[in-house]
Design a protein around this ligand. Structure first.
Ligand code: NAD
Length: 504
């Protein structure tokens, strides 16, 4: 299969032609930077443009711009309802420019454009509007104290008036991965802005473009310069400088567990707040009484969505023996029927992985599974001639300790293991270092609730796997992260709670 690159629109072509740039304050810089980073179309391996290779000096300037804005009356005196209006205006601009953003995201990341248009762009709008609502709702509270009344006359009742204030944490460094770059940028930007913070955002080296277009729309929406700054470049340079920066009050990170750990170490210098959305190896638990057809569809949707490059992808099945073989065979049949291709082509089911490195890594995992004794039902470690595709792969492993069952692959690779008693199922489900998500498929809701309580995961779905809503907190147990995105908890991550106690 050799995907032909489809023609791109004039708007996207013009955007890609702009020289590699970064946004610092109100200035777009970087057009003459040496050592720009080549950005590829992962479906062809061909270059689509260049991104500026930011340095630690750029990070210093961006943090200064974010700090100056945070301290300025233009931002500090913004009322919560003005921030609501700005976030809402931005959501309208995303809606108006949705087709262009979708095309950019597809071209740069590879995922099917229908998925971007039907799921990702509406999701961005929803996130911005949801957090637009929270800007006016992050109230403090009046408190009743137990300190004895010290007034000698006692005439006026309690001698203290006490309350809490919710205040923005300050300058936020946001670092996001290459999978769904816009989703994770907006998932941090919207609550941080609702809270009143300012931000320096670093997109992944591989996928800078949609984030830069988003930054243009932020300015167009009327946000003061410096509220959002974008520094592109290498993680080891720009990301590391941001994580260690003494002028940054909080890092909000989405990416691998390994990088998350290095961010925690770097953040100790000024003990900045850190929230981490990290990797996963989410189990899909299918009991004998589950509806087979729905379970097959659910498993395929979760592991093959965005070619498995989803943190909560259900990458391992744990199923009871009465349904196990039919389920795995059914999933393999769907996998064989999927059409791999360029994301911009309307009939593509499965796009490429992000890079040659990721393709080699995923093929290496499949090979390790085969060498460790797993049975291959379909797919395999066969990299494409052109672009970074890997065929959807389904395997069965009887040994749950092997790497393909234990480690995050981040590709279209499913491994199934049989288990029968509920005790054994719970033990296997919890037997990885991760705890991001899980799903349980059964008609017995008592058992489903029981399993939901026992599984170590930030989200447990029942008879579904990918259902997401901003109203629900999302995050990981164990090595899948710290903190939560989504819901009120997501805004609280960007705020400090202050106690004020007034002696009357
Ligand atoms: P990654 O950790 O390699 O990179 C993520 C970001 O961190 C990139 O912007 C990168 O440039 C930057 N970075 C790299 N080294 C850095 C350093 N030393 N200091 C600071 N920043 C650095 O992750 P990835 O490969 O881009 O993304 C895939 C991973 O992200 C997977 O493990 C996936 O599970 C995880 N992820 C988690 C969630 C979630 O919500 N839990 C969502 C999406 C992806």
């Amino acid at each position: 299969m050799k995907p032909t690159p489809p023609p791109i629109s004039a708007a996207v072509a013009a955007f890609l032609d702009r020289p590699g740039r970064m946004l610092i304050g109100d200035e777009w810089i970087g057009s003459d930077l040496a050592g720009s980073i080549e950005v590829l179309d992962p479906a062809t391996g061909g270059r689509i443009g260049y991104a500026a290779a930011g340095t630690s000096e750029h990070v210093d300037k961006a943090v200064d711009a974010a700090r100056a804005c945070f301290e300025s009356s233009a931002w500090k005196r913004t009322t919560p309802s003005q921030r609501t209006a700005l976030l809402w205006r931005l959501s309208e601009l995303i809606e108006q420019n949705g087709d262009e953003l979708a095309e950019l995201e597809t071209l740069n990341e590879g995922l099917p454009i229908n998925l971007v248009k039907s799921f990702i762009i509406p999701g961005l709008i929803e996130t911005l509007r949801y957090y637009a609502g929270w800007a006016t709702r992050m109230d403090g509270a009046a408190k009743t104290l137990s300190i004895p009344d010290e007034r000698p006359d006692g005439a006026f009742g309690p001698a203290y008036h006490a309350y809490t204030r919710m205040q923005p944490v300050g300058v936020v460094g946001a670092i996001v991965p290459w999978n769904n770059p816009l989703i994770f940028a907006v998932a941090k930007f919207a609550p941080a802005i609702a809270a009143g913070c300012t931000m320096v955002l670093k997109p992944a080296d591989e996928t800078p473009f949609s984030t830069l277009r988003f930054a243009e729309l932020v300015l167009e929406a009327g946000f003061p310069a410096g509220v959002l700054n974008v520094v592109t470049g290498r993680g080891s340079v720009v990301g590391a400088a941001l994580a260690a920066h003494p002028g940054v009050n909080k890092i909000a990170f989405t990416g691998s567990t390994e990088t998350g750990k290095s961010i925690v170490s770097a953040a100790t210098g000024n003990l900045k707040r850190v929230s981490l959305e990290l990797g996963g190896k989410s189990p899909v638990i299918v009991l004998d009484d589950a509806d087979l057809k729905s379970a097959i569809q659910g498993v395929c949707e979760t592991i093959f969505l965005n070619s498995g490059q989803i943190c909560f992808a259900g990458s391992r099945v744990i199923a009871q023996s009465g349904i196990f073989e039919d389920l795995m065979r059914g999933v393999a049949d769907v996998a064989r029927s999927m059409k791999l291709g360029h994301g911009l082509l309307p009939d593509t089911d499965l796009g490429p992985l992000i890079s040659a490195r990721q393709q080699a890594r995923v093929c290496g995992y499949i090979q390790s599974g085969i060498s460790d004794g797993a049975r291959l039902l379909c797919g395999g470690p066969k990299p494409s001639e052109q672009g970074f595709f890997v065929e959807p792969t389904v395997m069965i492993a009887s040994d749950p300790t092997i790497r393909i069952v234990q480690e995050e692959v981040f590709g279209p690779v499913l491994v199934g293991t049989e288990a029968n008693t509920l005790g054994e199922i719970i033990r296997l489900a919890n037997d990885t270092p991760y705890g991001l998500a899980a799903s349980v498929w059964t008609k017995d809701l008592s058992i489903a609730h029981g399993l939901a309580a026992e599984i170590d995961a930030g989200t447990v779905w029942v008879n579904c796997h990918n259902a997401l809503d901003e109203a629900m907190p999302f995050g990981g147990f164990k090595q899948s992260g710290w903190g939560r995105e989504g819901s009120q908890a997501g805004v609280a991550e960007f705020m400090e709670e202050k106690s004020v106690i007034v002696r009357l």
